[in-house]
Ligand binder design. Structure first.
Ligand code: ATP
Ligand code: 3PG
Length: 392
């Protein structure tokens, strides 16, 4: 990459601010269920520690929208990171203000500090210049290693570059190199799989995928809006009504371009959103009015298209995999992806966790820390987080 990295700067004795993506899945008791996004930053953190830097880490957890939501605290991450690094990780109860500046000022080379959730302040997602300046003031240099948020123009990964030079960490460098190489001119057939729950965030990406992919598999919460666009009843399923016209447009565009779209052939419906819900498998034309779709089953044709693909990109689980009864659709797709002989890239916080649950992670060519970020990178759009890294 033609961007400056931590190898290009002197960090000895310096205070280094690092934006990381520690947005890891947690259960209802705030136990981390998959720590891949934390582990993936260890090469950067160990390099900086070996080179005598003082490390100030900043991240977000979930979308607290400017509120101090206790369930979205970084505290469980402090404990896990400390285990992984084999050393104490200090904690500041806020990412700006006195708590942060005192903790940062007291930090010595070789020590690590994790600041509380950046998104406890709306200024982070609004890319507020004053907030970015406060973050920058904590350190001598800044590092961006948060590939998973590089599609966002937020204060900690974009605005901050106005106040301090930002260089890339090893994780962001590795992601850009691998995904850039695999997807700039993908080997065909190229199949994209998109699922999950961030429907309005990611539905727009499908338009561009239709320009690049030979087939697109749409599952998870994303599928419901498309099933509704086909005039099917979807009961009380997760659904974005205002995206219906776009879903219709995308189906028409796919047909026009000759891109095969695989939607679920059958769905698993439940009478409530719970692990112990009553559930049954029905055809997509028979969803009961007050039940919700929590898992998908795809046709044999879809499984075969995946097995024969030479390039696969997958973001978003096919169902609510956190509940065992609704994990089968994701498992089936994981098996088909694992059996393909080409390049497979699976990314996203929950997608990584879902894949791990299937035990097939080592059959995937590249597990990316980016979900939405990987999809937007694939679109070829400028990524604000990457643009903010200083050029070489
Ligand atoms: N039919 C469905 N109804 C409701 N939620 C669903 C459904 N299918 C999947 N999900 C949920 O989608 C969530 C994951 O979606 P998300 O888009 O956040 O994926 P991700 O891999 O974490 O990507 P990113 O890193 O971009 O956040 C899971 O928690 C899963 O339970
Ligand atoms: O989970 C992710 O994809 C990243 O951490 C970005 O989170 P966001 O979609 O809430 O910006």
């Amino acid at each position: 990459m033609n961007k400056k990295s931590i190898r290009d700067i002197d960090v000895n004795g310096k205070k280094v601010f690092i934006r990381v993506d520690f947005n890891v899945p947690m259960d209802e008791n705030q136990n981390i269920t998959n720590d891949k996004r934390i582990r993936a930053t260890l090469p950067t953190l160990n390099y900086l520690l070996e080179n005598n830097a003082a490390i100030i880490l900043a991240c977000h957890v979930g979308r607290p929208k400017g509120q101090r939501v206790p369930e979205l605290s970084v505290k469980p991450i402090v404990a896990r990171l400390s285990e992984l690094l084999g050393k104490e990780v200090k904690y500041a109860e806020d990412c700006v203000g006195e708590a942060a500046s005192k903790a940062a000022a007291d930090l010595k080379p070789g020590e690590v500090l994790l600041l509380e959730n950046l998104r406890y302040h709306n200024e982070e997602t609004k890319n507020d210049p004053e907030f970015a300046k406060q973050l920058a003031s904590l350190a001598d240099v800044a590092v961006d290693d948060a590939f998973g948020v590089s599609h966002r123009a937020h204060a900690s990964n974009a605005g901050i570059a106005q106040y301090v030079e930002v260089v890339g960490g090893f994780l962001i460098e590795k992601e850009i190199q691998f995904i850039g190489k695999a997807l700039s001119n993908p080997e065909r057939p190229f199949v994209a799989i998109i699922g999950g729950a961030k429907v309005s965030d990611k539905i727009g990406v499908i338009s561009n995928l239709l320009e690049k992919a030979d087939a697109v598999v749409i599952g998870g919460g994303m599928a419901n809006t498309f099933l509704a666009a086909q005039g099917k009843g979807i009961g009380s399923s997760l659904f974005e009504e205002e995206k219906l016209p776009l879903a219709k447009e995308l189906l028409a565009k796919a047909e026009e371009k000759g891109v095969k779209v695989f939607l679920p052939a059958e769905v698993v419906v439940a009478d409530k959103f719970a692990a112990d819900a009553n559930h049954k498998t029905v055809s997509v034309d028979e969803v009961p009015a007050d039940w919700m779709i929590l898992d998908n089953k795809f046709s044999k044709e879809c499984q075969e298209a995946l097995e024969n693909a030479k390039t696969i990109v997958w973001n978003g689980p096919m169902g609510v995999f956190e509940f065992d009864a609704f994990a089968h659709g994701t498992e089936d797709i994981a098996h088909a992806v694992a059996e393909s002989t080409g390049i497979s890239i699976v990314g996203g916080g929950d997608s990584i966790a879902a894949l791990k649950k299937t035990g097939l992670s080592d059959k995937i060519t590249h597990i990316s820390t980016g979900g939405g970020a990987t999809l937007e990178f694939l679109e070829g759009k400028p990524m604000p987080g990457i643009a903010a890294i200083a050029d070489k």
